[in-house]
Design a protein around this ligand. Structure first.
Ligand SMILES: O=C(O)C(=O)C[C@H](O)[C@@H](O)CO
Length: 254
């Protein structure tokens, strides 16, 4: 029995748009609600969400019972973090702050077993292999990994060709908030210089044949992102929806 097919990877490789939501509340019930809401994927954010391996595991178990594909963003591209998250069974990984091809190569190696990387062996006892049920996990896991590296600094933009060309990098994900801040336009996601940099990243990712991801919060931006080549489209976050939804409800309360 091989590793499960990564349906999100299959869809992205066909160029299908896959939209999803950021999960930052570290809560299994929230993950379950989001997973059943109709999104193609839910991303458990361990960079800006208060997530631990325990809360990530709980959300993965919750999402397993829903149609949504589970992705995880690790806090940084550290091999030990990636190993632990992969052993939980995650197959789609987003790594923030990848600025150089050397960093891209390091994280690409960390998420795949020898032959294509340096991922440590341990899954036979882990959730990833069904605690040993998936006897061919190690020999089949590499092909089901989808790695997004985040382009979210001026340095990363300057290095985008080399980063995108890195073997094992499957997609580039633009972080508008950090990119605009690093470029000197804090909070100004629509500054012309920022938009030009993002367009450059998108164009170079297309040349490299890699998937493009980003996250926007205004539904009026969704189609333009898709028109520009984004297929892994974040459309919002759990806490933001809860905040705005509860405020709207409170406004109606007698
Ligand atoms: O820099 C960004 O923008 C991202 O990487 C996405 C944010 O971290 C996410 O919290 C949505 O704003």
């Amino acid at each position: 029995m091989p590793a499960p097919i990564n349906a999100l990877k299959s869809a992205l490789e066909k160029g299908d748009v896959q939209s999803g939501v950021w999960l930052t509340m570290a809560n299994g019930a929230v993950a379950e609600i989001a997973g059943k809401a109709g999104f193609d994927w839910c991303l458990i954010d361990a960079e800006h969400g208060p997530n631990t391996l325990t809360s990530i595991a709980a959300q993965l178990q919750a999402l397993a019972g829903t149609p949504a594909h589970a992705a995880v963003r690790v806090p940084m591209g550290e091999g030990w973090m990636l190993k632990q998250v992969l052993d939980l069974g995650v197959q789609t990984i987003v790594v923030p702050m990848v600025n150089t091809p050397e960093q891209a190569a390091q994280v690409a190696a960390a998420v795949r077993y020898p032959g294509a990387g340096s991922r440590g062996m341990g899954a036979v006892l882990a959730r990833a292999s069904g605690y040993g049920e998936i006897v061919d996990y190690v020999s089949s896991a590499n092909d089901q990994i989808f790695l997004f590296v985040q382009i979210e600094s001026a340095e990363a933009v300057a290095n985008v060709d080399a980063i995108a060309a890195t073997p094992g990098v499957d997609g580039v994900f633009v972080g508008p908030a950090d990119l605009s801040a690093d470029m000197g336009f804090v909070g100004q996601y629509d500054a012309p210089e920022v938009l030009a940099a993002i367009d450059h990243v998108y164009a170079r990712a297309k040349v490299a044949g890699k998937a493009i991801g980003t996250i926007v919060f205004d539904e009026s931006d969704f189609q333009s992102q898709i028109d520009r080549g984004v297929t892994f489209l974040g459309v919002g976050g759990d806490s933001f929806v809860l905040h705005t939804g509860l405020k709207a409800l409170a406004a109606k309360a007698p």
